[in-house]
Design a protein around this ligand. Structure first.
Ligand code: GTP
Length: 211
């Protein structure tokens, strides 16, 4: 039977999606996995296990007629500054350095995480955010809001305080505000040019192990 060629006239034009890579880094236990899970699935796990390796989850956001695929990478804080984590940093559009407000070492170590990221992304377009997580534990706070803010300012980074446990809205705002800042800083055209292309291997890992 002959194929009806005219059918292609009615096929929809493929929607263009700008693919963005977001990576969360920081010491073990600061809440990277739970921040991602709260954002993607509105879930929180009080006894989550340390992340093994790295994995990503995805969310599509629409804004002013454009679509953005946020590919959010979770990394393990266990093997600090190792060469494997470095591979995952490459090509990131948004880097989120996380500390926990009740853990001074996790805050102090952000300097090392920052140097590590800078080394890898020297020539790339990206924005940086410092995120203080676990704000629900304010009674055990050892890093003040001001210290977090000042540190972010010294790096030219954005600053957010969140709680993956109890502030779903704050976590949503974190990601939408970072996307807004990214678009404002670089514009869709530049972002489209640097839009990531995940290879087969990476795509197949999607959502399998995330978080
Ligand atoms: P690694 O995978 O080891 O690098 O850790 P991680 O940074 O991904 O931390 P994870 O999300 O696994 O959270 C570690 C612990 O902190 C878990 O027991 C979580 O339940 C807890 N946790 C995460 N976020 C919060 C939060 O906002 N508030 C409170 N109270 N606990 C949190």
């Amino acid at each position: 039977m002959k194929r009806n060629k005219s059918i292609s006239l009615f096929s929809k034009k493929k929607e263009q999606i700008i693919e963005l890579k977001i990576i969360l880094l920081g010491d073990p236990g600061v809440g990277k996995t739970n921040i991602i899970n709260r954002y993607l699935y509105d879930k929180f796990d009080q006894s989550s296990k340390p992340t093994l390796g790295s994995s990503f989850g995805e969310k599509i956001l629409k804004k002013d007629g454009s679509s953005y695929s946020l590919k959010i990478w979770d990394t393990t804080g266990q093997e600090r500054y190792n060469s494997i984590t470095k591979l995952f940093i490459k090509g990131s559009h948004i880097v989120i350095l996380v500390y926990s407000i009740d853990n001074l070492a996790s805050f102090d170590n952000l300097k090392n995480w920052y140097n590590y990221v800078k080394e890898e992304l020297q020539r790339e377009k990206f924005i940086l955010a410092i995120v203080g997580n676990k704000r629900d534990l304010f009674e055990n706070e050892v890093v003040s809001d001001n210290e977090g803010k000042e540190f972010a300012k010294s790096l030219g980074a954005l600053f957010y305080l969140v709680s993956a446990k109890s502030d779903q809205e704050g976590i949503q705002k974190l990601f939408t505000s970072l996307l807004d800042e990214l678009i404002l800083k670089y514009g869709n055209k530049a972002l489209n040019e640097t839009s990531i292309r995940l290879d087969e291997d990476e795509s197949s890992k999607k959502n399998k192990k995330c978080c």
